[in-house]
Design a protein around this ligand. Sequence first.
Ligand code: ITT
Length: 194
Amino acid sequence: MIFATGNEDKMKEIRMIMGEDHGKVLSMKEAGIQIDIEENGTTYEENALIKARAVAKRVHDLVLADDSGLEIDFLNGEPGVYSARYLGEDTSYRVKNAKLLKRLEGVSEEKRTARFVCAIGAVFPDGREVTVRAAVEGRIDYEEKGKNGFGYDPIFYVPELGKTTAEMTEEEKNSISHRGKALRMLKEELGKNL
Ligand code: ITT
């Protein structure tokens, strides 16, 4: 199967989460597919399927894609499906995270609730499609903490573990994350559908 993502950090997590099945998963790069996909959907599921379909047109394998984002309740769900494009696709996460912290300045702990959401879309060679969605609840911390992970991880605090997702080991993050949960759900679905 091919995972339709150009994000190497996601791909690393996906390989770990897929465990023993990971040998069967190729990234787009490994499959020799280089395309720019316009993610013009309005939901995570739509965007995941847009990415998976774009690659599925070119191969005869099962194609998966992940669309994910950070939803901050105080900001009415921003950046949400626009998480990668927030403040511009090429803007560093130092700047994006600093801006979000600034927008939450003075906001109390109980109002800083947020979640990471992940939808995974699967397109089968015969055209069938499946989507799953999962989330991890947390809150936006008061400052960046931790060096692991990527993107918004340094500001996303998970109360159950008492740390940000950037302070977690890969195993810890994958065991609670939106991506870990969604991929485990998808593996079950694939078991039923293959
Ligand atoms: P592909 O579309 O090629 O898969 P992308 O980075 O553009 O890569 P998305 O469109 O799904 O992926 O954007 C998701 C963004 O949400 C991602 O770039 C991060 O900024 C953020 N994000 C998603 N999951 C995250 C995680 O586990 N930790 C930190 N940030 C995350």
